[in-house]
Structure formats: C-alpha cells, structure tokens
Write a protein of this length. Structure first.
Length: 274
C-alpha cells in the first residue's frame, strides 16, 4: 500500500525526498525492496560493501522501471581515488544505472580514514571527479564517530552526512547537527531504534513506546531530514511508513519521556551492540 509520507528538502542538494528512507544490507530479495518502495518511499541507501555487493545487485533489480522516482545513494569505504573510482564503476553496473544521486565516503571511523579521504589522491578527489562527470550528483560522508564526521562536514565539501542518533544516544546534537546546519548539509539518520534494541519486546520492557515513536523522535530534531530503516522486517517497515504518514514527528512535550526511557536502557547496558 502507498502512503502519503512526509517529505523534506535534503539540505543543499535541493532534492525533495521522503523523510523515511530504505536502508540496505539486510534484505536479500528484490521483492522485499519493491514492497518497501511500494509504500511511497523515495530515498534508498546501500553500499558497495553490503553483503559483498549482493545488496547493490538486488537493489538494481528492484529499481528496474522505477529508478527515476528514487533518490539513490551508495557508498565506498576505499580511501584512495583509484580504488574508490573502481568501486563506483562496479556499483553503477550492479545498480543498473548511469549515475547515483549521492555517493558517500563510507565509514569514516578513524583519524587515518579522515586523512586518507581528504588527502591528495584520496577518495574525495575521486568523488569530485565523478560529480564533474555526472556519475554522481552529490557527495556524502558517513560514520559512527560523531567527532570525525563533524570534522568532515566542517570542511564544507559534503552535501550530506549519514550518522546515528536516537533518544538514548544524543551526542550528535552537540557538534554534528550545528555544523551540518551551518553548511546546509543534509542529515540522514540511521539507528533510530538502535537496531530495534529500543523496542519494548527486545528490551524486555512492558508498556514501552510504540516502535514508530523512536522514528518520530529523530525526525523531530530540526537538523534531521531523513531517517533510514534497514529491511530486517519488511512488515515492520510498512507499519512504520503508515505511522509516519499519519504523524511525522513527536510532540515536543513527549520528547523528555522518550529520552528518559532511552537513558534508562542505556544505563542498564541493554543497548550495547555486539
């Protein structure tokens, strides 16, 4: 079923996209991606590394006949220009497209990653060349370390940033979000539910907030444009799409309760990844 999902302009890209996006890596079938896109979502994110390339291949199949309606993003974790360019060419072939809308420098999680990406002959150089050649429209950066992706965004070179943020882990509010707003960098959020660990059934908490509340919370921050959801469960994704079509953000007076809930789970060690 198609829903009337809320949309946003993705920062300085000027692209209008749905505020809910599909995240790659988990769904193994083109049909699963099609079912998610059938909800009306127009933002789709994958990466060269996801499932050793199988994710891009399946997405390429799913996008046949609907590529023009989708803002498509992929990523490279290579740090040299030559290696990154080779990955982009493979991505385009598997995705069955002549360009991606956003090509992201992936998983910037160490000082060496930042320096390698930005150095002469680094992957950013490849991204800028690809933009000039029409192989990508915009350039993004992703990472799990808020300070490092903030440093990347502060260079002014990136049109979008993908990072994680939720009601329990709010560190992105401190420096990353203000820096992104300063540069009009589009902000895409992953991990809004901490890989579902914030859900009551996973946390072992009765009377927990409904799953869609965690996505409404994230979208309620003024710096955030989009939240992506990995397709571990297509039916859950469909329910989230329905819920966000009915109400996109959490009312301001309901945010403290969700923050207290998340903080308690974090303090109890129930949100650790492993």
């Amino acid at each position: 079923m198609t829903y009337d999902l809320p949309t946003t302009v993705l920062g300085r890209t000027g692209l209008t996209v749905t505020r809910l996006g599909v995240g790659g890596a988990y769904c193994e079938s083109a049909d699963g991606y099609r079912r998610a896109l059938d909800t009306g979502v127009t933002y789709l994110d994958t990466a060269r590394a996801y499932r050793e390339g199988a994710d891009e291949e399946v997405i390429g199949e799913a996008l046949v006949g609907r590529r023009d309606a989708i803002t498509l993003a992929t990523k490279s974790a290579q740090r040299t220009a030559s290696e990154a360019r080779a990955e982009l060419e493979t991505s385009l072939r598997l995705l069955r497209t002549d360009h991606v809308d956003i090509w992201q420098m992936h998983y910037i999680n160490s000082r060496e990653d930042v320096e390698g990406m930005l150095a002469p002959g680094g992957s950013l150089e490849a991204a800028m060349a690809a933009r000039e050649q029409g192989l990508t429209r915009y350039i993004g950066v992703t990472g799990h370390q808020w300070d490092l992706v903030t440093e990347a965004v502060a260079t002014g070179q990136f049109d979008t940033v993908l990072c994680w943020y939720n009601c329990a882990y709010r560190e992105a509010e401190e420096a990353l979000f203000p820096t992104a707003q300063e540069h009009n960098t589009g902000v895409i959020i992953m991990n809004a539910s901490r890989n579902d660990k914030l859900f009551g059934i996973k946390a072992g908490v009765e009377d927990a907030p409904e799953p869609v509340a965690f996505y409404r919370y994230v979208l309620g921050h003024p710096a955030v444009n989009v939240t992506i959801v990995g397709l571990r469960d297509v039916e859950l994704f469909q329910r989230l799409a329905q819920g966000l079509s009915q109400q996109a953000t959490l009312p301001e007076d309901e945010r403290p309760a969700l923050e207290a809930y998340g903080a308690a789970l974090r303090e109890a060690g129930k949100l650790e990844m492993g």
